[in-house]
Design a protein around this ligand. Sequence first.
Ligand code: IPD
Ligand code: CA
Ligand code: CA
Ligand code: CA
Length: 273
Amino acid sequence: MELFEFMKQIVYQAGSNIRAQLNQPLLIETKSNPNDLVTNMDKETEQLLYDAIMQAYPMHHIIGEEGSGTDITSMEGTVWIIDPIDGTLNFVHQQENFAISVGVFVDGKKYAGVIYDVMRDTMYSARAGHGAYKNEEPIAPLIDSELHQSIISMNPNWLTKDYTKDIYSDIVIKARSARSYGSAALDFAYVATGKVDAYITLRLHPWDFAGGAIIAEEVGAVVTNQLNEPLDMLHANSIMVANKALHDEIYTQYLKPHSAALDSIHQERFHRR
Ligand code: IPD
Ligand code: CA
Ligand code: CA
Ligand code: CA
């Protein structure tokens, strides 16, 4: 079986395993803070995917949010970047609006991305250079938009922080409206399918954006950090994803004027440069 088909197959299986256990009691633990939750299903899903990949492709490398591949420091070979449940808070509180997200890279080049909205049974997928799909339907290339007629997705927390509220509130004021979905992977899928026009957030990990970046870029979205730099798949970063014209408008008119502040946030938070 082709690797792309295998990706979708194991993600479907992992999703149906989550659905089958939805009424079972959850074991919920906290990670970095009381609102940073992880459940037995996050761990079980990562393990299930890990075991399936290792059985079929023992030479592949796997980075996962729940602990796989902490020793991986290079993108050489075939690297899977996995978020077993993206939107754990939604999973715990809503039992919907969460996704499995997988990005696969071969020698650092994007190969394919898969985002599975488990409860809607909706698979977003793209093989680099071969188009993006929502289930079996091709996703149309993105159409340019202007901010004043755009819906943007942004976590409202960033509007409450002293160090970011001045940067982001002007974007929200100018936009037609703002949304917050609680799953970065679904945010990428929604930009890719034109449900929202941009997704802007200050800190994501590679497992949050790897699959989404491949799918969004496949339909013409521009995916960078907020300094307009390319993402690297081994480090956390800020995110700015939108259709081309909107990315340009937001970056040039709203982020670039704050580049000194954003630059120091990036240096502090991401220990880069
Ligand atoms: C989180 C979600 C959320 C985003 C957070 C992520 P998780 O992922 O994608 O939308 O705002 O930054 O950590 O922990 O639910 O996989
Ligand atoms: Ca998490
Ligand atoms: Ca995540
Ligand atoms: Ca997760």
